[in-house]
Design a protein around this ligand. Structure first.
Ligand SMILES: NC(=O)c1ccc[n+]([C@@H]2O[C@H](COP(=O)([O-])OP(=O)(O)OC[C@H]3O[C@@H](n4cnc5c(N)ncnc54)[C@H](OP(=O)(O)O)[C@@H]3O)[C@@H](O)[C@H]2O)c1
Length: 234
């Protein structure tokens, strides 16, 4: 049994990660901005064998992240696996985006992930082979730009490229703590973000993500993978 920490667990990929990982007996710390509004997550928690704990955390607010980290540290919580899943998108192109939105996307998708990772290093490094999975996107691959179907989304693409650098740099900075940090793209998924025309159901995507996570080793730290298990060039 592992203790698994998930951000943005109230809907989409985060909710499905919580569902699939809790069904195999893991202890889930499911975090979200507004637990009182997380109806599906609360139902899932009630139906599970009490192995889902729902806690408030807004990755945009540093104090929210550090407060939860402190609470969990005080009670001696150790974390095996952390999913930096929370994220937002804005589809506008360079011509249309405003700086306020650009900053907000960066704040949540990059700074938020960094704050969470940093705050939970003490909890992670107490477990054997701890791992952090950053939910990235092929839109964040500089090497693939121009070769995928989607265009625009300048704030999002730039933020996911930034997240990939966070993965790479953190994998180096945390090597002495034994913490692996890996970026994974879930593919194009039918969630609020991905929309109804996306390729994968959320169940399929999360199943693939978890297959990959199961086979990841410390040798994969600092790399970027697709849902198909293939490495994606940065
Ligand atoms: N769906 C796709 O096709 C796709 C493709 C590539 C990558 N991804 C990545 O996969 C991850 C999950 O995507 P998704 O499709 O599940 O998106 P989604 O359905 O839009 O869900 C996003 C989640 O992030 C949470 N969130 C946003 N801002 C937050 C904040 N400040 N603090 C805490 N939680 C916050 C949301 O919570 P609220 O309900 O409170 O807003 C929600 O739980 C994202 O990082 C996304 O970039 C998705």
């Amino acid at each position: 049994m592992k203790t698994i920490f998930i951000t943005g667990a109230n809907r989409g990929i985060g909710l499905e990660l919580t569902r699939q990982l809790s069904s195999t007996g893991n202890q889930i710390i499911a975090t979200c901005r507004n637990p009182e509004e997380a109806v599906e997550l609360m139902e899932l928690s009630r139906d599970s064998h009490r192995n889902i704990e729902i806690l408030p955390m807004d990755v945009e607010q540093e104090v929210s992240v550090t407060k939860l980290a402190e609470t969990l540290r005080n009670r001696g919580e150790k974390i095996n696996l952390l999913f930096n899943n929370a994220g937002i998108i804005d589809w506008r192109s360079m011509q249309d985006i405003d700086t306020k939105t650009m900053l907000r996307v960066y704040k949540i998708n990059v700074i938020g992930a960094m704050l969470v990772l940093r705050a939970f290093v003490p909890h992670l490094k107490q477990t054997p082979e701890p791992m952090v999975i950053n939910l990235s996107s092929r839109l964040g691959s500089i090497a693939l730009r121009g070769r995928t179907e989607l265009g625009g989304a300048i704030a999002y693409s730039a933020s996911k490229a930034g997240l990939n650098m966070l993965t790479k740099q953190a994998s180096i900075d945390l090597v002495d703590d034994g913490i692996s940090v890996i970026s994974i793209s879930p593919g194009w998924v039918r969630t609020d973000m991905g929309g109804p025309k996306a390729k994968y159901s959320v169940e399929e995507s999360v199943k693939q993500i978890l297959c990959n996570v199961d086979r990841f080793t410390s040798g994969d730290s600092g790399k970027f993978f697709g849902e198909d298990g293939e490495e994606i060039p940065f």
